[in-house]
Design a protein around this ligand. Sequence first.
Ligand SMILES: NC(=O)C1=CN([C@@H]2O[C@H](COP(=O)(O)OP(=O)(O)OC[C@H]3O[C@@H](n4cnc5c(N)ncnc54)[C@H](OP(=O)(O)O)[C@@H]3O)[C@@H](O)[C@H]2O)C=CC1
Ligand SMILES: CC(C)(CO)C(=O)C(=O)O
Length: 307
Amino acid sequence: MRILVLGAGAIGGYFGLRLAEAGADVSFLVRPGRAAQLERDGLVVSSHGEERRMRVPALLAGEVNQPFDALLLTCKAYDLPTAIEAIAPAVGEISVVLPLLNGLAHFDVLDARFGAGRVLGGVAYIATTLEPDGTIRHTSPMDTLLFGDRSGRLTPPVEALGEVFAATQVTARASMEITQDLWEKWAMLAAGAAITCLLRGTIGEVLATADGAAVAARTIAEVRAIAAAHGHAPRPAAVAQADRTLGDPQSRWAASMMRDIQQGAPRLEAEHVIGDLIRRGREHGLAAPTLEAAYAQLQVYNARGAA
Ligand SMILES: NC(=O)C1=CN([C@@H]2O[C@H](COP(=O)(O)OP(=O)(O)OC[C@H]3O[C@@H](n4cnc5c(N)ncnc54)[C@H](OP(=O)(O)O)[C@@H]3O)[C@@H](O)[C@H]2O)C=CC1
Ligand SMILES: CC(C)(CO)C(=O)C(=O)O
């Protein structure tokens, strides 16, 4: 199976390197700055004290002239339009596109461009950061990847991807309920991002304040009500997992969007992760005042970055 990873950033570089070290046929589609870093230093992942460095094939947009079997889409949501144009020449009759972005808004755009049958669902439970020097730092204990056909069927491309990932050290699993998985991840992430970005701290720091626990509880309730209204209330295991992550007073965790703020990222996925959820709530007449406050604050951040 020939795999093309769009972006050699935090998650694309991490999962792509794991594929490459397992002997998979994997290439990266990158922009000139990242291409120069890869040419100079190779692809570098630092995971729990262990550094892995590999030379990997890297292409620039315009250099793709044949289809790949699977396209892993790992850009940030705000880069989706250029990323879609870049991968388009690599999408052929039998190709599948596996987006690993948080949220769900990208499916409308991808389905319209490539056809819904070609676009798989993908969920990554991992914490990785692309450092300015090009190193990808993996900081979470987990590196879980779920993928599946959104029809709920176990299709040949999904089986093939399962075989490729089975040879890696990634905790990867084909899912027959990928849309539910996507909603559960989004619900957890959106609540965590709204709480930690709005209150500018880790979960532990938030819960140590006078009203932090109450704000967190309201945020979680708003998110879960929206997911439920769309027929995707988180299942008990997902609720328990999210409650552990978002309710631990000792936690030093913050959502990756908060890590982006701390790194001074020029843009955040505010619209994709929070704004889209608020809009889906409104479709069902649900108010989400805490999410709105977080979203407004993130829009101010984005506007300053753009200025
Ligand atoms: N980081 C994490 O721990 C997790 C992230 N996610 C989600 O995964 C997605 C990706 O996040 P993350 O990996 O952190 O982001 P990064 O910014 O680290 O990586 C994205 C990469 O995509 C590249 N890219 C963007 N547009 C193009 C393009 N047109 N052509 C080629 N390359 C392109 C960027 O290139 P360049 O370097 O040139 O800008 C960048 O290296 C987001 O939706 C995020 O929410 C999900 C789970 C965990
Ligand atoms: C998996 C999780 C919640 C890890 O931090 C994430 O996706 C994020 O923060 O963006």
